[in-house]
Design a binder for this molecule. Structure first.
Ligand SMILES: Cc1cc2nc3c(=O)[nH]c(=O)nc-3n(C[C@H](O)[C@H](O)[C@H](O)COP(=O)(O)OP(=O)(O)OC[C@H]3O[C@@H](n4cnc5c(N)ncnc54)[C@H](O)[C@@H]3O)c2cc1C
Length: 382
């Protein structure tokens, strides 16, 4: 008699290129389901391009708190967080607008390989589930089952400034002024004697140094910015809603797909969620495009409309916007509504998409005789 019930051959490990939040979230989801996973990371550590940066894990796109969402996705929340309920904004005339929210607006997290950082926590969870992470392993070709998660491939926005030590009290400050951060915002974050100050610009990359200098001067004047041991830091963001987020048979996740918050660049949650969805598509044999278009695209489409409206506002519009935000008592809910699809935003979407596409071809960085962070770093040297 022949043995018809042979044990099926074990499936080959799933390969993942990139150990950022997107790649690690995908690896953890696959490992939870019992799949073998090998993550290839080009650098010697996680979060290399951020090196101790502080970032905000936004808490306004879902009704549920972001930490509960991560837990429901099977992801660790064992990284250090500083819940942020308030902050101080300035308009171009230096007028102060204080914002305050009863509920957490965002959680400040550290990025990079440090203890307590988001990237470290995800790495440790992945490894504890048996995921093999190969450092200094740049993957340029993918064969077999795999997910591509190598971060931004183009720069639609850049954030440039410094990391530093300081005696300043903890806080979060931002300035909306096109003379410091064209179509974006400048920000200053201080936690436990460490800080980051950046100009986050959506245009005018060639004048990066000028905008950073103006940002430093403005924060010195407005809040007494003091920096000890400043170290330059910056990076780029890729904002794009693709028709399909597959490269051949391989799902693209996080910023490699262009998934970002086009309005302000809070991309971590989209990176993580797209990683989880790509893993689920491999596990369940579902079409990844169907999943992300259902779960993530409505919010990203709205974010494009928000971006185009914001970029048209100018300094007077920002000032009006800040005044109305500072009067809100339910700020988190107001922001959440701004990120949800609505009839007016659906109607504006085709116009906004066309306009956003043409802004992406902005000649403010034509890569010729340019020394902005994008041209210095290049797309592949993150
Ligand atoms: C200065 C700055 C501030 C930001 N602030 C915020 C914020 O406050 N809130 C927020 O939500 N988002 C913020 N963002 C955006 C957020 O950091 C990104 O959206 C998020 O990190 C994207 O995750 P990812 O996994 O797609 O890519 P990444 O985090 O870039 O990870 C990609 C990984 O792939 C690796 N890699 C690259 N090429 C290869 C290859 N060929 N083979 C193997 N590995 C490779 C890289 O080394 C990297 O580790 C900020 C971005 C910048 C630049």
């Amino acid at each position: 008699m022949t043995d018809d019930k042979k044990t099926p051959a074990p499936k080959a490990p799933v390969k993942i290129a990139g150990a950022g939040p997107a790649g690690l979230a995908a690896a953890i989801t696959l490992a939870h389901a019992g799949r073998q996973v090998v993550v290839h990371e080009a650098h010697q550590e996680v979060g290399h391009r951020f090196g101790g940066d502080f970032q905000g894990l936004e808490n306004w796109t879902t009704k549920e708190d972001v930490l509960s969402v991560l837990e429901a996705q099977g992801l660790t929340t064992s990284f250090d967080v500083v819940p942020s309920h308030n902050g101080t904004f300035f308009d171009a005339r230096g007028k102060c607008h204080k914002i305050k929210s009863d509920e957490v607006l965002f959680y400040l997290v550290e990025r990079g390989p440090g203890s307590g950082a988001l990237d470290t926590a995800l790495l440790e969870q992945a490894q504890s589930l048996g995921v093999e992470v190969r450092f200094n392993s740049r993957l340029d070709q993918m064969e077999g089952e795999g997910i591509l998660a190598v971060g931004p491939r183009a720069a639609d926005a850049i954030a440039v400034g410094y990391h530093f030590e300081t005696d300043m009290a903890d806080g979060f400050w931002a300035i909306c002024d096109n003379e410091l951060a064209p179509q974006g915002y400048a920000y200053l974050l201080v936690i436990n004697g460490r800080g980051t100050v950046k100009s986050c610009m959506f245009s005018g990359f060639k004048q990066e140094k000028l905008y950073v200098q103006r940002t430093l001067e403005a924060f010195q004047r407005l809040v007494g910015l003091e920096m000890k041991n400043p170290k330059p830091h910056g990076g780029s963001g890729n904002f794009h809603i693709p028709h399909s987020a597959y490269s051949g048979l391989h799902p693209l996740v996080g910023e490699q797909a262009g998934f970002q918050d086009t309005l302000w660049g809070f991309g971590m949650r989209l990176a993580i969620s797209s990683g989880v969805l790509a893993a689920q598509s491999l596990l369940n044999g579902e079409d990844y495009d169907t999943l992300w278009q259902r779960e993530l695209k409505p919010q990203m489409d709205t974010s494009v409309v928000n971006r185009v409206l914001y970029s048209l506002m100018g300094n007077r519009g920002y000032s009006w916007c800040l005044r109305s935000l500072s009067n809100k008592t339910d700020l988190r809910e107001s922001l959440r509504r701004q990120y949800q699809p609505s009839l007016p935003k659906r109607l504006l979407a085709p116009w906004a998409k066309r306009r956003h596409e043409s802004m992406r071809k902005d000649v403010s960085c034509d890569h010729i005789d340019c020394h902005c962070i994008w041209c210095r770093g290049g797309c592949c040297d993150d």
